[in-house]
Design a protein around this ligand. Structure first.
Ligand code: HEC
Length: 136
């Protein structure tokens, strides 16, 4: 019987196709993540790797829930998620990297009545935070 091997061949072929697809998707996701990190860093000219310490040092973590930052479960301000996709910062400033850096450094300059305090964070440190927030 010459056709006996056929179903096995089809099985092997579809397995190879599935594995190939899975590998492709994985590669795409890794590359996409890498590109997002690069773009976020360029926009904010900061280093997202420094962000976790800075978030803790200036008490951001006590007031905001920040995905990816251990212990950042504050509920005083809103969660810092999807910052890249927001149209506004705190409902008043157009969302771009420069405005977000300035908001983090001096929120009172945007709104003297805001409940978010000026924390004393430097502009360079704020850039590290924005690089992190925009890559999420
Ligand atoms: C004492 C609490 C407190 C601390 C500390 C604090 N924030 Fe906030 N934050 C707030 C509140 C409240 C708001 C909402 C302000 C408003 O809408 O006027 C806010 C708003 C924001 C927003 C705008 C969010 C949005 O949804 O548009 C960002 C970004 C932000 N904070 C980042 C930070 C970072 C980074 C730090 C640390 C350097 C920090 N905050 C420290 C309370 C705080």
């Amino acid at each position: 019987m010459s056709g006996e091997g056929f179903p096995i061949k089809v099985g092997v072929l579809s397995l190879i196709t599935t594995l190939g697809l899975a590998a492709g998707i994985l590669t795409y996701q890794v590359r996409d993540r890498h590109q997002r990190t690069e773009v976020a860093s360029l926009l904010a000219s900061g280093d997202p790797a420094r962000a976790p310490d800075i978030f803790r040092r200036y008490g951001c973590t006590g007031c905001h829930t920040i995905p990816g930052i251990a212990g950042a479960d504050g509920k005083v301000g809103g969660p810092l998620v999807n910052m890249r996709e927001r149209v506004y910062i705190a409902g008043i400033a157009n969302n771009d990297a420069e405005a977000l850096v300035h908001w983090i450094v001096l929120p009172s300059a945007f709104d003297p009545k805001t409940a978010m305090p000026d924390t004393g964070i430097s502009e360079a440190e704020a850039r590290d935070l924005v690089a992190f927030l925009y890559q999420q």
